[in-house]
Design a protein around this ligand. Sequence first.
Ligand SMILES: [Zn+2]
Length: 90
Amino acid sequence: MRLGIPPGGCAAKTVQPPAGTQETIIHLLIDCPQHDAIREDLQQELQMSLCRDSASIILGDDSTRDALKKFCVKVATKAIGRNKASNQDS
Ligand SMILES: [Zn+2]
């Protein structure tokens, strides 16, 4: 999966991630402060923290997979929208 993320790195404005943080898929899904709110909603729904270790467990469980897929689509949609907007600015 490729989102066409520009080389500028994380675009978070309210909470600054460590300098040089790249907007990789893992960063967007697990670490990016821009998605804290919808990540928290997912974690509440699953009653489980989303991290590198739990992602495979969540994906492997029929009862939690769909919620993670919906979260991934929301994150990807937001990231693509940001990239489109930033490409139009330049
Ligand atoms: Zn970020």
